[in-house]
Design a protein around this ligand. Structure first.
Ligand code: NAD
Ligand code: FES
Length: 278
């Protein structure tokens, strides 16, 4: 159904934006880990986005997206007061959250916004939340303030050392796992290489590791098979079986290959879209 954009904010100019949507039917049911599918126009492809926050009382849903192709560029062209043609959700299974102790929530780049919702869920369940977030540089770090409200500790890294630890989130995670044997789970949301590296980091420690996968999706409801991933040697559909899976069981090599399968077509499509823009 047409969904009004109540507020749009550019978080990283030209790269990442945040939208507050008026979607009471979704906000009522949205739980951490859920995602939505949206379309900006009738012939447009559906864009899957993990929900970054939801307020059932105000009827609002927050999304954060990276502008990386024609479809997200057409979303970026909308602004305050515009409507998104249709928004479907909440989709997928929510994050499994129960009170168990200390959980590490790892977020990388744009994934930090989606991680924020998961950290909030663990925080409200009474878990001790250790946030580990990273970006390439300080100006690309999102949601530090928002996440700090739901993290008992927040560890930060930047690849170039412009803020926090110089290096990758996995270095902070490794240090933490060496020092703290009380961690019952690590949850990771971000680029696929990061989630694969998080799973490699936690494996020797035997800590349960949950990753939120972002394969190509077409319908988001289990009909097309586009989002298939291999987990524990079995084919799963990320949209209906996930999007969260045991990181130690995911075939990340296949996921990376499938994600890059349409790179040339995506590049061409973006170029044609940019050329046709007024
Ligand atoms: P990025 O490439 O700038 O990486 C962000 C941080 O992740 C880095 O600073 C680093 O700390 C860590 N990282 C990256 N590669 C790593 C590696 N090989 N080993 C260890 N740590 C590593 O991130 P970006 O450009 O903002 O990309 C965000 C990605 O997150 C996009 O691909 C997007 O699709 C994905 N995403 C996924 C979800 C989801 O629900 N799964 C949600 C939002 C975004
Ligand atoms: Fe079609 Fe998952 S997106 S089956």
């Amino acid at each position: 159904m047409p969904t009004p954009i109540l507020h749009k904010e550019s978080l990283i100019p030209g790269k990442t934006s945040k939208m507050l949507l008026h979607a009471p039917h979704i906000a009522q049911k949205a739980r951490p880990g859920h995602f939505i599918m949206l379309r900006t126009h009738a012939k447009g492809e559906r864009i899957p986005l993990t929900i970054a926050d939801a307020d059932p009382e105000k009827g609002t849903v927050t999304i954060v997206y990276l502008v990386m192709g024609k479809s997200t560029a057409s979303l970026e062209a909308l602004g305050n007061g515009d409507e998104i043609l249709d928004v479907c959700g909440p989709l997928g299974h929510p994050t499994h959250i129960e009170k168990k102790g200390a959980v590490v929530c790892v977020g990388g780049g744009t994934g930090i916004a989606a991680m924020h919702h998961i950290a909030k869920g663990h925080y409200h369940a009474g878990n001790r939340v250790i946030g580990v977030i990273g970006a390439r540089s300080k100006d690309l770090l999102l949601f530090e303030k928002e996440l700090s409200s739901f993290a008992h500790e927040l560890l930060i890294s930047t690849d170039d050392g412009s803020y926090g630890h110089k290096g990758l989130v996995t270095e902070l995670l490794h240090d933490r796992l060496e020092k703290d044997s009380q961690i019952f789970e690590v949850v990771a949301v971000g680029p696929v290489p990061m989630m694969a590296a998080v799973a490699d980091t936690t494996r020797p420690f035997g800590v349960r590791t949950t990753v939120s996968l972002n394969p190509v999706m077409v319908d988001g409801i289990g009909m097309c098979g586009a989002c298939r991933v291999t987990v524990g040697g079995k084919t799963k559909f990320a949209c209906v079986d996930g999007p969260e899976f045991d990181g130690h069981e995911v075939d990340f090599t296949e996921l990376r290959r499938r994600l890059s399968a349409y790179r040339e077509q995506e590049k061409l499509s973006s170029e044609l879209y940019e050329r046709a823009r007024p």
